[in-house]
Design a protein around this ligand. Structure first.
Ligand SMILES: N[C@H](CCC[C@H](N)C(=O)O)C(=O)O
Length: 288
């Protein structure tokens, strides 16, 4: 099959975007892995498949697949690239677009400065929603939240805050993101027995109450240059732990994101707003 695609990136998190609004598309795991392969295929962190509106009042549905072929619930950087795509390709003339993912309804707004603001919906804290099983761990309370101790190889230990943005995240505070062993600790946390469906592992260095640096070892994709849901999860955790204010600049290795959450003043079900870049790199075609 010849497949047309658009390569895009949001703060360095990169995507193969496919328009399936006119013709339904079912890609096998092998085809998804080929699209994601940086040597034998196109190469990307995630594949985004855009489908026609599933219901009245919803403009599109979009499905997200890690480059491992696994379908996942949410992708923040992907959401921004999705809206850039549908506007640039003339699939919508709206400036605010509503899109359904596996388990969330998102509202996306294309800004005059070219960045995109996404209402990422409310965070989830219920452990069953992640899922997370900390039944044999003893958490430490800090601010209004908990930190859960994880034992890693070689006697290493870390403490993580656990929450969901629709996809699961385990966030820890580190002194310096440049020296923490992300590629060693990341896979161990990702596959930790407490996370039956694995987890995205975030490593946050706090510069001030309004600015952080963040690295994320993504579930089933490895370390990416930015993770939108990871940035949201890190800021929400930092606010609940008492470390951050309600609007934070997040410096990822591939670019900057602005995350806002008024959960302490407006209630924990307040939506998380994420603003950041979305860039088209090239259009292409591949024979799968
Ligand atoms: N690896 C993630 C999905 C992509 C999330 C990330 N690329 C983002 O921008 O939120 C997961 O398995 O939950």
């Amino acid at each position: 099959m010849n497949l047309r695609f658009t390569k895009m990136q949001g703060a360095g998190n990169d995507f193969v975007v496919i328009d399936a609004t006119r013709t339904p598309l079912a890609l096998s795991e092998a085809q998804l892995r080929r699209l994601g392969d940086r040597r034998f295929g196109v190469g990307c962190d995630q594949i985004l498949v855009i489908e026609a509106s599933p219901a009245e009042g919803v403009d599109f549905r979009y499905r997200i697949f890690n480059n491992s072929g696994e379908e996942v619930e949410h992708c923040g950087n992907g959401a921004r690239c999705f809206v850039r795509y549908v506007v640039d390709k003339g699939l919508s003339d709206k400036r605010t677009i509503r899109v359904q993912t596996m388990n969330k309804m998102l509202e996306l707004r294309l800004r005059d400065d070219g960045r995109v603001t996404v209402d990422m919906g409310a965070p989830f804290f219920e452990h069953a929603a992640l899922p997370f099983d900390g039944s044999d761990l003893q958490p430490r309370a800090e601010g209004g939240f908990e930190l859960w101790p994880l034992a890693l190889a070689g006697g290493a230990r870390c403490e993580v805050a656990v929450l969901s943005m629709g996809n699961p995240h385990a966030v820890q505070r580190v002194a310096d993101v440049d020296t923490v062993p992300v590629l060693d600790w990341g896979p161990q946390i990702e596959a930790h027995r407490c996370f039956p469906r694995k987890v995205n592992a975030g490593f946050m260095q706090i510069i001030s109450r309004k600015e952080v640096r963040l690295r994320v070892f993504e579930r089933s994709a490895g370390e990416t240059l930015a993770c939108g849901t990871g940035a949201c999860a890190a800021v929400v955790a930092g606010i609940r732990l008492g470390w951050l204010d309600e609007a934070v600049e997040v410096h990822a290795r591939g670019g900057d994101l602005r995350i806002e959450w008024a959960g302490l003043s407006q209630g924990l079900d307040a939506p998380v707003l994420m603003t950041g870049p979305a860039t088209t790199v090239f259009d292409g075609e591949i024979s799968l």
